[in-house]
Design a protein around this ligand. Structure first.
Ligand SMILES: Cc1ncc(COP(=O)(O)O)c(C=O)c1O
Length: 444
């Protein structure tokens, strides 16, 4: 018998999803789940069954599914670049469409950065510096610059000339008596130290997620962090690359998450949220300065894939841009996110297990601490699924909420009630006997 190779082949066969509508996913067995995970990989940021996006893809498929990016013009690509960039406050003015996954976009940004330095005669600039506790994708280079314990065994395959500084996470690393501003400066100094250790002439770029995303749980930087990092990068002619696969394209409440930080990076790479999961598309935002280097030298971007700027995917991303660019849309995303954080904080702030809730717009996480805390996250998630048919992503030390930007106020209110009730209920029962039941998957 032929089967797909599942990621977890030892686990029971998961439920079959047959359709989706708004915030809901429907299973073959007739269940209807309220989805606060965005399809579990946080991609469904405009919900399910969005007619405007589906129609846009359909129209394009009927015209031509895909024409080559290098050889022909697909006008939608230009429209997409305009929609994405016209309101940007950082002034970046070029969009390079590179493929489908965030990992491809990460490598495309690294390749562009290296190519630009190389063409400028700075051929020694081959080192990339990233941060611990980061995730940038599953290609070999993305794994090398990221940090995920289950991927460590790939280490012998990683490229050389990669280095890391500590994650930027004020919740874990702010020292007693230190202000957030001082912490931001300290992180930038650590980067500077690393650059000098390697040799400034050898460092190509610094790469970081604008907010530390899926691994640590939506930790926004201190107010001054990216400004300080930018200064260090400028001092040593090092590109700044920010990863907005998780937090870009409106989900933070701004077009680009880095807009909150008032900083102009050299490259921003996008994926996941770019077409809200309706199609796989990824890209790198950069400037005509980079283009001019290429124009006046080799005349060619040396990064190319068959499906870069795939026409049907571009049609999907364009429809998403049209939605998020509507008057007041992003402000509402921002307000709803604030309401989620403020309400959960208000309800849970005195709870023993609660640490904090943080994020930007619709990218939020709640951190907790208790005995067997990974199991606690799983138990609350399982409980919510069973009792309320609500899907959340709870594990390790945090609950991550990566729901659609189109969640209604009533849905949000109801979720806040359900979650805080479930959190308190499971916490109340959290003794050794119960923990054992949960670890034996004998919970219900
Ligand atoms: C911040 C960040 N960067 C990069 C990626 C990789 O994207 P993909 O899985 O599409 O390769 C992810 C995926 O979760 C991500 O969260």
């Amino acid at each position: 018998m032929f089967e797909i190779l599942r990621t977890f082949p030892n686990d029971p066969i998961p439920e079959k999803i047959v359709s989706g509508e708004g915030m809901y996913l429907n299973t073959k067995s007739g269940k209807k789940y309220f989805d606060m995970t965005g399809g579990f990989t946080a991609h469904a940021v405009l919900g399910w069954g969005n007619k405007q996006i589906i129609d846009s893809i359909h129209r394009q498929l009927c015209k031509v599914p895909h024409i080559d990016y290098k050889t022909f013009i697909d006008e939608n690509r230009t429209k997409l670049a305009s929609k994405l960039l016209e309101k940007s406050i950082h002034g970046l003015d070029r969009l390079f469409l590179c493929g489908g996954s965030g990992g491809e976009a990460c490598e495309a940004a690294m390749h562009l950065s290296y190519q630009a330095h190389f063409l400028n005669g700075l051929t020694e600039k081959q080192w990339f510096i990233s941060r611990t506790q980061s995730y940038h994708g599953a290609t070999t280079d993305c794994m090398a610059i990221g940090e995920r314990p289950n991927l460590d065994f790939y280490n012998p395959l990683f490229p050389r000339k990669r280095a890391k500084v500590e994650e930027h996470n004020k919740f874990r690393h702010l020292k007693k008596g230190e202000t957030e501003k001082e912490y931001g400066v300290r992180c930038a100094l650590e980067l500077e130290k690393k650059i000098l250790e390697i040799g400034q002439e050898k460092v190509c770029a610094f790469i970081g997620e604008t907010i530390m995303g899926g691994l640590v749980g939506d930790v926004p930087p201190t107010d001054n962090y990216w400004l300080e990092i930018r200064k260090v990068c400028d001092k040593y002619n090092i590109h700044l690359i920010v990863d907005e696969v998780w937090c870009g394209c409106g989900v933070s409440g701004k077009n680009f998450c880095i807009d909150w930080d008032r900083v102009k990076p050299d490259f921003i790479f996008l994926g996941k949220t770019f077409a809200a999961g309706y199609m796989p598309i990824s890209g790198v935002v950069t400037s005509s300065d980079i283009e001019n280097i290429i124009k006046s030298t080799s005349g060619r971007v040396e990064n190319s894939t068959t499906f870069q700027g795939h026409s049907a995917c571009v049609a999907a991303a364009l429809a998403c841009q049209e939605i998020i660019n509507q008057e007041g849309f992003l402000e509402e995303v921002s307000n709803k996110g604030k309401k989620l954080r403020d309400s959960l904080n208000q309800i849970l702030k005195d709870h023993d297990f609660y640490k904090n809730v943080r994020g930007r717009g619709m990218r939020n996480s709640l951190e907790y601490s208790c005995k067997e805390q990974n199991l606690f996250g799983i138990a609350v998630s399982d409980y919510m699924k069973e009792k309320f048919s609500t899907l959340i992503n709870g594990k390790w030390h945090r609950f991550t909420f990566s729901n659609s930007m189109l969640i209604s106020d009533e849905e949000l209110d109801s979720f806040i009630d359900q979650f805080s009730y479930s959190f308190k209920k499971i916490a109340r029962d959290w003794d050794d006997k119960f923990i054992e039941q949960v670890s034996n998957k004998n919970f219900f």
